[in-house]
Design a protein around this ligand. Structure first.
Ligand SMILES: Cc1cc2nc3c(=O)[nH]c(=O)nc-3n(C[C@H](O)[C@H](O)[C@H](O)COP(=O)(O)O)c2cc1C
Length: 148
């Protein structure tokens, strides 16, 4: 029993090392998992970083707000995130979406990214690929279901 547990832990360590080595797209159990997020105040970015340690993302989606608007919203202006494009999705077997909530809906930045995937939808290239969703909100009952 103890030997099995040690072996499992060793395997898990090897997986984590592989994840660290391979960056934002990585192979895990023969699958490429693509993770992506939008984060204005870094809460979701932190969430995405923690998820990455265990399994997945992530790449950022493009910011659509002007710098002066971001500044008025007291947002940290720059993010070091590698930006994902819709074309990147085709390479992945699974997805992890990390969302932040804006007025009861997903952030428009993330919606804009999804809206760009119309071509992939038309050819059904992503059909059947599993997706997981994580989100960060301020209140408990502010429309999480509508966002997802
Ligand atoms: C314009 C705006 C609208 C928001 N609307 C909601 C909301 O409807 N419900 C909620 O629970 N949180 C709302 N929030 C809070 C954020 O969703 C929450 O703080 C989240 O953790 C921010 O993630 P981020 O730091 O990664 O951007 C809103 C924040 C902003 C800036």
């Amino acid at each position: 029993m103890a030997g099995n547990k040690a072996k499992k832990n060793q395997n898990f360590s090897q997986i984590l090392e592989k994840i660290e080595a391979e960056g934002h797209f990585f192979q895990w159990q023969q699958k490429f998992i693509s993770g992506m997020y939008y984060s204005m105040y870094k809460h979701v970015e932190k969430l995405a970083q923690e998820i990455r340690k265990g399994a997945a993302p992530g790449d950022g989606v493009l910011e659509t707000l002007q710098e002066d608007v971001l500044s008025k919203m007291s947002s940290p202006l720059k993010s070091d995130a590698h930006l994902i494009t819709p074309n990147d999705l085709d390479e992945a077997d699974e997805f992890v979406f990390c969302l932040s909530k804006r007025f009861g809906m997903m952030a428009a930045q993330f919606k804009a990214f999804l809206d760009e995937t119309g071509g992939l939808w038309r050819t059904q290239q992503l059909a059947g690929k599993p997706a997981r969703i994580f989100y960060s909100t301020e209140s408990q009952g502010g429309g999480q279901e509508a966002m997802v």
